[in-house]
Write a protein that binds this ligand. Structure first.
Ligand code: GUN
Ligand code: ZN
Length: 433
């Protein structure tokens, strides 16, 4: 029975700040987190729990904030090498960089090398769970799953499905994509901490037959996720309208194929109308809000207030390589700025909730991760506000937890992620990074 404990300032969420306000946040200024066999045993004030830890290892992290690991709900590992590549917009960016980068994943060695770098970069940024895109090549899924397994990370990933409007080297067919996805689900879904997501790139690159095959995969494998892109860019919207003239809207294309459902996570969801939001919300689908990506590509501003009005769930995502940072702190800051531009706001409590328990809930994994409830898998991070002089100074001048968390989200980056644990074990790179 392996028991260990961490002393520090502890912050997590037991509810949603949107509904419950400050009461959603649990805060122990001098707290103790006790982990047994990789799961949270208990959490509380140090003084109340101290007698329980006589004989076990105590990690003294006073001065740091202990928080559940971040959850990135939409990120492309094969695009790690094209982050920060300028383009006039989504389609130009896909044509100029993305497809060329993804073609290299025909080489399993390249895939393994990038997968390894990518996961280490997530961990360096405090992200312990992610919903990850591979490429059209089945071996690219094997590479990310094997690297995640080696590190003990909770990763959901899938092979891109793309049978038209893309370069030849990246094209599957409705039938081959279905067969390959089936084999990958059987190989990886539910193995250790891994899950599978059926991954049609977006409506323009999948034929009606392929979109129908996606629904078949989901029906045949309950518990598997779906990830795709939706309503990111106005040129993309026009393209979808030409390809699917009978659909009422872009979201309606996916709806007609039975793809709007629980466990479906749609990247972006910027250019939606009220009927789309109602239908998405009623179906149980959710949006991955990708603020750095939306700003970088000039895609538009995600309307969080409209999502909230329609009870359309969303969480945060980096969307690397269109996103300009691997870090969820930088992503929260960009999210705040995107909402400011629309006369809306993103409180620090809501931002940290979205990046932890909110992301876990979006993926249906909140019974496993996302908080320090007893029994949850002990994936957590230590944030160090003193890691840079500016944040140290700003933090010293802050009166409340909210003020300190706000400064951390606006000024923080990977330098402030001091450490990261997966199931109570310090995250280490097999590559020595
Ligand atoms: N739409 C279709 N493919 C992609 C992609 O790789 N990144 C982004 N941001 N949008 C997409
Ligand atoms: Zn994306």
């Amino acid at each position: 029975m392996a028991l260990a404990a961490w002393r520090g300032e502890i912050v997590d969420f037991t509810g949603d700040p949107l509904r419950d306000g400050r009461a959603a946040c649990r805060h122990f200024p001098d707290g103790l987190l006790i982990v047994r066999d990789g799961r949270v045993d208990s959490v509380g004030p140090f003084e109340a729990l101290r007698e329980r830890i006589d004989d076990i290892a105590l990690h003294d992290l006073r001065g740091r904030i202990l928080m559940p690991g971040f959850v990135d709900t939409h990120v492309h590992y094969p695009q790690a090498d094209i982050i920060a590549s300028p383009a006039s917009g989504l389609v130009d960016w896909l044509d100029r960089y993305t497809f060329a980068a993804e073609r290299r994943f025909a080489d399993p060695q390249h895939a393994a090398q990038v997968a390894s770098f990518f996961l280490d970069e997530l961990l360096r940024n405090g992200t312990t769970t992610a919903m990850v895109w591979a490429t059209v090549h089945p071996a690219s899924v094997d590479a990310i799953m094997a690297a995640a397994r080696q590190r003990g990370m909770r990763i959901v990933a899938g092979k891109v499905l793309m049978d038209r409007n893309c370069p030849a080297g990246l094209r599957d067919t409705a039938e081959s994509g279905y067969q390959q996805s089936t084999a990958l689900i059987e190989r990886w879904h539910g193995v250790d901490r891994l899950g599978y997501a059926v991954t049609p790139r977006f409506a323009p690159t999948s034929s009606p037959a392929q979109l129908a095959a996606c629904a078949r995969l989901l029906d045949e494998h309950p518990g598997v996720w779906l990830q795709s892109h939706l309503a990111e860019n106005r040129d993309e919207l026009r393209w979808v309208a030409e390809l699917f003239p009978d659909a009422r809207s872009y979201a309606d294309v996916y709806d007609r194929f039975g793809l709007l459902r629980e466990r479906s996570v749609w990247g972006h969801g910027i250019h939606l109308d009220a009927a789309d939001r109602d239908r998405l919300a009623a179906s149980g689908a959710a949006i991955a809000f990708c603020p750095t990506s939306n700003l970088f590509l000039g895609s538009g501003l995600f309307d969080a207030a409209a999502a909230d009005r329609h009870r359309l769930r969303f969480a945060l995502a980096t969307d690397v390589g269109a996103g300009s940072s691997f870090g969820m702190l930088r992503t929260m800051a960009a999210g705040y700025e995107v909402l400011q531009l629309q006369g809306q706001t993103l409180s620090a409590l809501r931002a940290f909730h979205l990046a932890t328990l909110g992301g876990a809930k979006l993926l249906g994994l909140d019974d496993r991760i996302g908080s320090f409830e007893p029994g949850r898998e002990a994936d957590f991070i230590a944030l160090d506000p003193a890691a840079t002089p500016l944040l140290a100074r700003r933090t010293a001048l802050a009166d409340t937890l909210e003020e300190r968390l706000f400064a951390l989200m606006m000024l923080g980056d990977d330098r402030h992620v001091a450490d990261c644990w997966l199931q109570g074990r310090q995250a280490v790179s097999p590559e020595g990074r």
